[in-house]
Every structure is written in structure tokens, then in C-alpha cells.
Ligand binder design. Sequence first.
Ligand SMILES: NC(=O)c1ccc[n+]([C@@H]2O[C@H](COP(=O)([O-])OP(=O)(O)OC[C@H]3O[C@@H](n4cnc5c(N)ncnc54)[C@H](O)[C@@H]3O)[C@@H](O)[C@H]2O)c1
Length: 266
Amino acid sequence: MADMSGGVALITGGASGIGLAMAEAFAGRALKLVLCDRDVTALEKAAAGLTASGAQVLAIPLDVCDRAAWRNAAVSAKEFGRLRIVCANAGISPAGTPLSETSPEAWDRIVSINLTAVYNTVYATTSLIKEHGEGGHIVLTSSMAGMLSASAIGDYAVTKFGVSAMGEALRAELAPHNIGVSILYPGVVATPLVGDSFSIGMAPGAVAMKVLAGIDANQEYLFTHGDYRALVEERFKAILESFGASAQVGFTEADSVLTMMTPYTR
Ligand SMILES: NC(=O)c1ccc[n+]([C@@H]2O[C@H](COP(=O)([O-])OP(=O)(O)OC[C@H]3O[C@@H](n4cnc5c(N)ncnc54)[C@H](O)[C@@H]3O)[C@@H](O)[C@H]2O)c1
């Protein structure tokens, strides 16, 4: 990471789990912290803990789905200091039903929090990084479910694939502004989001260290759980094996279209 000390890192879902661990890691790099979370009790507790350990913290109670509230949050963040890092991290777990049986209410809720609100975060904050001209970094929290879809977590996977696509598009778009973009793909992490669903999960602090290293190296894809490599390989192998000649004999896609589809920063 370029030296961003004294700058501000804004983290949504910063009151708990992976978001709080990232906040702690950024405090270790002398960044000021803006924690945004809708859980006011957890937010106050997290802010108090970080402040006690010497960090400068601005806690903003915020529902990331609320665009009007985002406008106020952006003003407060700007007054607090130069925004260098944004982590769009707040999220909820799957409804736990097969995708075709997921209720419209559950579907709307998860898309709103896990996908649309990631866009809200980017829309509200990117101009704050652009305007001071010193560059910065955006981290979008996807999931291994943003690389591998499965029925039981179908609603969640749809949102996390969306976050992944958002990160790839933004990375190319923001590189000329000296803003790096990384997409985080954790497997199971021991946080309240998974609760007791799994007997074991990775420590959030270990995930946060991977994020720091990923920002330092301006790495696009941040994988924390090496065990998934073989499954991802199988998925891409199946995709590549499914390509053949174009459906229309002799048809060639226009260069302008292929160029548009080619990210220029890998
Ligand atoms: N824990 C895992 O195993 C795991 C794995 C892969 C990806 N993730 C992703 O990591 C991110 C963080 O999850 P976590 O595991 O740290 O969970 P967590 O429940 O510990 O933290 C999530 C935080 O987001 C906040 N939040 C939820 N909805 C919000 C909203 N509408 N507005 C503002 N804040 C809101 C919660 O209050 C909470 O503090 C999520 O996007 C999640 O999907 C988690």
C-alpha cells in the first residue's frame, strides 16, 4: 500500500466480523476510521474498542440501503479527512431455501443489502477519493459464493457474483484515477453471520491481513481459503471446454466490442 497514514478508511458493516477486523488492521497502518453499520449497539462498542486502542474513529449509524442517509454519511466522511480506502463489506446470509422457493421478500432484501447497497457505497464514496487526487483503494466483499454457485445459497450467490462483476468493471474504470480495486472472496469465516452453522471458520483477523496485503500489491482477486482452488479450476475448465466455433459460420465479433470487453488492467 502506498503510505496512506493519516488518511481515512471507510468500512461498511464495520461493527462486526470481517469489517471490524479490517478496521483494526487499518488502524495498525495509522489510518483514521469511518465505521458504518446499522447495528448501533455493536457500532458503539466497536468504536469504543478501537478508540481505546488509540485509533481515531467516526461511527456513523447507517443502513447501507438508504441512499439519502448515504449523502449525509459522505459529507461527514469528507469532513473527517481524506478518504483513501473504502470497504463495501456489509452483508447478510442466505435465506437458506432452494433458489426457486426463495420468497420475493427474502429475494428483495438480500439483493438490496448484498448487491444494490454495494453499488450505493461505491456511488457515494468514489468521488471523495477521486477529488483529492492522491489515489486510494476500494475493496468489495464478495464470497466464494461469488465464484461458485449452489442451490442452497442461490440467492446469496447471485448477489456475490454481482459484486464480483462490479469489482472487475470498477477496477478497469478507476485505474486511471490511481484507485485500485480488490474483490474479496472468503470461504467460511468465524463471525456472527455464520453463527453456529459451521463447526469451524477462519479467524476474521487472518482475512483482514490478506486484505492489507492485497491492497499493498493492488491485487484484483483476494482468496483466503486455498481449499477452493480445485473447484474453481473445474468450473473454468467446464466453461472453456464449452467454447467451440461461433454459432454462425464465418461470423466474427466486431473488434470494438471485443475491445470494450477486454479489461486493460490485470
Ligand atoms: N462470515 C463468512 O463466512 C463470510 C464468507 C464470505 C463472505 N462473507 C461476507 O463478508 C461480509 C461481512 O460479513 P461478516 O461475516 O463479517 O458478518 P457480520 O454479521 O459479523 O458483519 C456484518 C455487518 O454488516 C452489518 N449490516 C448488515 N446489513 C446492514 C445494512 N443494511 N446496513 C448497514 N450495516 C449492515 C451488520 O450489522 C454487521 O455488523 C458480508 O458481506 C458477508 O456476506 C462472510
